[in-house]
Design a protein around this ligand. Structure first.
Ligand code: LLP
Length: 430
């Protein structure tokens, strides 16, 4: 039976009951590369990027892909080649950007815990901006830059105290969150930044959360941010050259209806224009909305395990490969690669082999499957592979990027010896 809804994934479709991503039959890729396997659609990523680019036509804008969503080198390469900068949160991510051919001048560095070594590394690379998240960080960054004879370009991440109405773990713009500087403290913090010799104020920044499906929190945050730009400039503290509005736009996992990127931005730009800031350089940091619906995770059914209360469908992908359900009770649709149903349809919890009750990928799913069948877990392009681990000494899956009928292996399956390469046995007793 062909599932009627494939949420959100524009390049995913059935042809003669076989599931395809772009022009590649996914069962062929599963056979060739083994499972679990991540497969991404290049066209989906570029379409998602194009929606933002359309929304910004004629504006000065820099899209900084929040690479934590999916930091595979080939994905970064694709975005770099299509004009993107990057939002990074660690020195490791900076190294990835450079390895993928990204332009360091288009890199912005977010995060509450940048180390001195990471600051030095980013200054040496010549990144575009540090998004500073605390007053203490401001002092340290100035010290580090001054010691290098430099002035670090900064913007301050404002916590606008706006409810993004999303899962509490991925809501970041409320007073109780660890992120950013409280709205009320912002003016004083800019005053302090202007006095510090190792800093150069270039912008202002906010990011209110992730998987946002409503427009209002964005519009409210924009108002609060612009109030601050006005106050900072009216007080003669600095000129705010760029306004960085963060990321957070949601995707369709299960009938979710986030605003389209171009529609959302036409409304936000109208607000910017109305308040007289339409000519400023705009920056945004989208992650999930560029890659989330471009990816699927392929997995093989190992066993069916009927039970008194529950039927379990045990698959070869697990919470280490795909942690979102275990971490956030997140919903990902699960569909067969071959829709010509051979088995009776039953309701299953789809679970992995890991020794934890939290190791599940989907609950109460109607599936017509038998052992040996292949399934696709949908909308897994963002925060799945990049959050994976090797828990239970399970090697990380391979990854393939599909471009039309072509498929490129962009990450080889990890070997078990790769996992313990850095470990050492205790030397024998003399
Ligand atoms: N900018 C900053 C400063 C961020 O912290 C984030 C995400 C983004 C941009 C990108 O947000 P996006 O456009 O992807 O929503 N692991 C969670 C999501 C964590 C988001 C962390 N920050 C999940 O799987 O839902």
């Amino acid at each position: 039976m062909i599932p009627s809804v494939l949420p959100g994934q524009p390049q995913l479709h059935y042809r003669d009951q076989a599931l395809y991503l772009e022009d590649r039959r996914l069962s062929d890729l599963a056979r060739e590369h083994g499972t679990p396997l991540y497969v991404y659609s290049q066209a989906s990523m570029l379409q998602a990027l194009a929606a933002y680019q359309r929304g910004f036509a004629g504006r000065r804008v820099q899209i900084c892909y929040a690479m934590k969503a999916n930091s595979s080198l080939a994905v970064l390469q694709l975005f770099a080649q299509n004009g993107c900068g990057f939002d990074i949160v660690s020195g490791g991510e900076l190294q990835r950007v450079l390895a993928a051919g990204g332009d360091p001048a288009k890199v912005i560095f977010s995060g509450v815990g940048k180390s001195r070594a990471e600051m030095r590394q980013a200054l040496e690379a010549g990144i575009g901006c540090f998004n500073v998240e605390s007053e203490a960080e401001l002092e340290v960054l100035s010290e580090v830059a001054q010691a290098m004879g430099l002035r670090a370009p900064i913007s301050i991440r404002v916590n606008p105290n706006v409810d993004a109405k999303t899962h509490p773990y991925i809501s970041t713009g409320l007073k109780g969150n660890k992120f950013g500087i409280a709205h009320e403290r912002t003016l004083d913090t800019y005053r302090r930044a202007a006095q510090l010799p190792g800093l150069r104020i270039v912008g202002i920044d906010c990011h209110i959360g992730s998987q946002i499906t409503e427009e209002t929190p964005y519009l409210d945050a924009m108002d609060r941010l612009l109030d601050l730009v006005q106050a900072i400039e009216a007080a003669g503290i600095a000129t705010i050259h760029h306004i960085d509005f963060g990321g957070g736009l949601g995707i369709d996992y299960n009938g979710d209806t986030p605003p389209a990127a171009d529609a959302l931005w036409s409304r936000l730009l109208a607000k910017l224009d109305a308040r007289g800031y339409g000519d400023r350089l705009l920056m945004i940091e989208p992650g999930r909305s560029l890659v989330g619906n471009a990816g699927v995770c392929l997995t093989e059914v190992l066993y069916l395990k009927p039970g008194e209360q529950k039927n379990f469908c045990v698959v070869d992908a697990a919470m280490n490969d795909l942690p979102r359900p275990a971490m956030y009770q997140a919903y990902h649709a699960i569909v067969p690669l071959d829709a010509a149903a051979k088995a009776p349809e039953q309701v299953y919890d789809v679970v992995g082999p890991i020794c934890e009750s939290g190791d599940w990928l989907g609950k109460d799913r109607s599936l017509a499957v038998a052992a040996g069948d292949m399934l696709a877990v949908l909308s897994t392009g963002a925060y799945c592979s990049s959050m994976g681990s090797t828990y239970n000494t399970r090697a990380r899956p391979a990854e393939v990027l599909v471009d039309g009928a072509q498929a490129h292996l962009i990450r080889a399956r990890e070997g078990i010896s790769d996992i313990f390469r850095c470990e050492r046995l205790i030397p024998p007793k003399p």
